[in-house]
Each structure stands twice: as C-alpha cells, then as structure tokens.
Design a binder for this molecule. Structure first.
Ligand code: AMP
Length: 249
C-alpha cells in the first residue's frame, strides 16, 4: 500500500511573526522555516505504517517555492522513500493544494493520504477535507489513533467533548491531530542517506491545475494587546464583574 504524505514548509513555530507596516501580511524575510508540526506527525505515522509492514512506500509531497525541497529532505530523513516537489512561486491556497494533491493521487494511486489537520501559518484546516471531496474518498480528520486492517481503517478523532471512532474504507484521507504520535528526530546518518533518495519536481501546469488564488486577504492586524488582570476579593464581586463589565454571564 502506497501512502502519500503532504508536508508544508511554514515559518517555524518558535518565530514570533510581525505584521508588515502596510498590513498586507506578515514579514517572513530572514525568519526560520520548518516542516509544519502536524505534517511531521503525518510523516511519522506513515513511516510507522511502513515499519509495521502495512505500507510499502511512503511518498512525501510539498508544494511551493524551491526551498520546499529542504522540507522534503527532512521528510526523507525521517523515513519517507521518495519525494515530489510541486514547484510554484505563487501563493498556494488550500483549494489549489487539494487539486494538486488530487492530480498526484490520480498518478500515484495511493491507498492512504495523510495530511496535517492544519498548517500553522494560514490555520485554514481545509486541505484534507477538500481533497477528500475532490477524490470522493472517505476522511478521518483530527486523528489521534489510526488502525488499518486489510481495506478497513479505523480512526479515533479528537472532537469537542471527547473521542469519536470512525470506520472507513480505503482509499482514505487522514488528517493528524497532536496526540497521534511523537515524531522522531532525523539522525545524521539518515540525513546523509536522504540526500540520495529520489526527489522529483513537477509544475502545476504539468499537472493541469490552475492555482490562481480564489481568496483575497484584505488586511492582517496584530491581536489586541492583553490588559493586565485584576484580583477580586469575593465571589460576589467576580459574578458582578462578569455580569456587568465583561457581560459574559
Ligand atoms: P491547511 O488546510 O492550509 O490548514 O493545511 C492542512 C494540511 O494540508 C497541512 O498540514 C499539509 O499537510 C497540507 N498542505 C497545505 N498546504 C500545503 C503545501 N503547500 N504543500 C504541502 N502540503 C500542504
């Protein structure tokens, strides 16, 4: 069984991004980029499936600028077998990424596609669901446990207020939540080996996908500065403030 994993290159989660003066976006010049944390979990899950003998091949896919190849090399060092880079300098929104993944699925015929539940830069939480719709495949989103037996896949999902278990048929789309696994670090020998693993590059045009953005960002603003808290002396005072000042009860 082939497993396809989508890995996005995003601003590292430790970087505190600054909004540009013209409010057109955030300033990403000279900041550190890494693999989206949920996608590290996705690669880890696929590699574990291979180690268990369930998956036969793990293919990492990334879409975007030339430096996405560094992200793909990390995926290869973590254990993916080969990589595909869809090269584009355009802004790739979730629908475009989902269409590109669909085109790659048509070519590669994986039985399982694993994505992160969301990219920490745009926080869209859309691509996996859109891909499931385009492909007409079942989806198990926000997965905290995945079990595969033959053509059946059981996914435990983290939902508000608890866990939901869904039974799906392969081929399927899974999106990862934080508790699915703890991704391994790429060791130096594996980083060296990854340099020799195959990495193919394609373009959206070659895949027949129009990636023109459908959404326009009107403005990006900093969150309001948090005001300092206060201490209340009695429960009565707390209730009064919640009712009459914050107006939340
Ligand atoms: P989003 O819907 O943008 O929050 O992204 C959800 C997931 O889709 C990510 O965790 C990735 O697995 C995948 N994804 C989104 N954009 C890209 C991209 N440019 N390249 C590869 N995977 C992506």
């Amino acid at each position: 069984m082939k497993v396809l994993v989508a890995v996005k290159r995003v601003v590292d989660y430790n970087v505190k991004v600054r909004v540009k003066a013209d409010q057109s976006g955030v300033d990403i010049a000279d900041v550190k980029f890494s693999m989206n944390p949920f996608d590290e979990i996705a690669i880890e899950e696929a590699v574990r499936l291979k180690e268990k003998g369930v998956a036969t091949e793990v293919i990492a896919v990334s879409m975007g600028v030339a430096q996405c190849q560094e992200t793909l090399r990390t995926a290869l060092a973590m254990g993916a077998d080969r990589a595909i880079h869809v090269q584009s300098d355009a802004e790739l929104q979730p629908l475009a990424v989902a269409k590109l993944l669909k085109a790659i699925c048509d070519k590669e015929q994986p039985q399982l596609v694993i994505l992160g539940k969301q990219a920490i830069d745009d926080d869209c939480n859309q691509t996996g669901q859109m891909l499931a719709a385009l492909a007409g495949w079942s989806q198990g989103t926000f997965a905290s446990k995945v079990e595969i037996s033959g053509s059946d896949i059981s996914v435990i999902r983290e939902v508000d207020g608890g866990l939901q278990t869904v039974a799906l048929k392969l081929p399927a789309i899974v999106t990862t939540d934080l508790r699915l696994n703890e991704p391994r670090y790429a060791t130096l020998p594996n980083i060296m080996k990854a340099k020799k693993k195959p990495l193919d590059a394609v373009t959206p045009e070659a895949l027949g996908v129009d990636v023109t953005p459908r959404l326009k960002t009107l403005k990006v603003t900093e969150p309001p500065k948090r005001k300092g808290g206060i201490k209340v002396k009695t429960i009565g005072e707390l209730v009064d403030k919640l009712k009459n000042e914050a107006r939340v009860i």
